[in-house]
Design a protein around this ligand. Structure first.
Ligand code: C2E
Ligand code: CA
Ligand code: CA
Ligand code: CA
Length: 281
């Protein structure tokens, strides 16, 4: 009775009710989108700053309903997480990314980063799903990077054992782990030393804005890069949009960069072309 009472209260709030209906509609459309093959993966190059060659790509999901505008992930990943649809969607992204990049890896040594949502890491068979995707595609485990957020490893101060179990197991096979959006999660830094990770991706909010001469911006980026290097973690700067940012990152010893300055996320055919050009210059 208590439950029903609470539900009723919620239903009488018109905005909340609207939001729930909207989420339910999106869930239904998304369920159909999976069956109808409307999901696609775009790839954004990751550039090694030492020689400005493409060494990898990040797989970024898109939803292309026929005859409509492409739906960006921010509009449906949240709904997919709440409904659990992120589990089959995430497994598909893994298979598709491994399949596409296997050929690029054979030719050019390209590696692929795939985003993994916290919900996926709560599945008991997550590690098996990843290994199946690798075996099915022929992509070697060392060519796969899983991008996770800090919250996956540390949840309100406590280490999340199941996620760490999956990631440790996969790392034993050679798969690499990157902490995405580093610096935005407010968790303690101790986990950087103790947990199964290989790279950090410096969130784009740390990139100094064009014309920003405030030394504080540089200080923050430098501190993150020094911290990561000291712990022997790889560094990837996200959201790099200008030549000034590239110069700064080089100067500070950041290893890789990703952002509109080099390329937007593009369909697989375009990414293949960019990788080929990058390997022949
Ligand atoms: P993210 O993992 O932080 O991905 C980077 C986002 O920044 C991408 O947005 C990319 O298009 C955008 N970006 C790249 N370079 C620049 C730049 O220079 N400037 C600016 N302003 N933005 C840049 P996108 O593709 O819309 O993806 C948004 C988020 O959706 C991702 O953030 C990720 O959290 C999530 N996402 C995307 N694909 C997947 C997926 O397959 N699975 C899961 N679980 N999440 C995904
Ligand atoms: Ca990411
Ligand atoms: Ca990110
Ligand atoms: Ca993000």
């Amino acid at each position: 009775a208590k439950e029903a009472g609470r539900d009723q209260l919620v239903s009488f709030d018109p905005t909340l009710r609207e939001k729930r209906l909207e989420a339910a509609r999106t869930t239904e459309r998304l369920r159909r989108a999976i069956v109808r093959d409307e999901l696609i993966v775009h790839f954004q190059p990751l550039i090694r700053l030492a020689d400005e060659r493409i060494t990898g790509v990040e797989a970024l999901i898109r939803w292309q309903p026929p005859g409509q505008r492409m739906v960006p992930p921010d509009k449906f990943i949240g709904v997919a997480e709440d409904s659990g649809l992120i589990v089959p969607i995430g497994a598909w992204v893994l298979r598709e990314s491994c399949r596409v990049v296997a050929a690029w890896h054979r030719e050019h040594g390209t590696v692929v980063s795939v985003n993994v949502s916290p919900r996926q890491l709560r599945e008991p068979d997550f590690a098996a799903t990843v290994l199946d995707a690798l075996r099915g595609s022929g992509l070697p485990p060392v060519a796969l990077i899983l991008e996770i957020t800090e919250g996956v490893l540390v949840d309100s101060g406590a280490v999340t054992e199941q996620a760490i179990g999956h990631l440790s197991m996969l790392r034993a096979h050679g798969v690499r782990v990157a902490v995405d959006d580093f610096g935005t999660g407010y968790s303690s830094l101790a986990y950087l030393r103790d947990l199964p990770i290989d790279h950090i991706k410096i969130d784009r909010s740390f990139m100094p804005a064009p014309g920003d001469t405030d030394p504080a911006a540089r200080t923050l980026v430098k501190a993150i890069i020094d911290l990561a290097s000291g712990l022997r973690l790889g560094t990837i700067a996200e959201g790099v949009e200008t030549a000034e940012q590239v110069a700064l990152l080089r100067d500070l010893g950041c290893q890789r960069a990703q952002g509109f300055y080099y390329s937007r996320p593009v369909p697989a055919d375009d990414a293949a072309r960019l990788i080929l050009e990058s390997s022949t210059v």
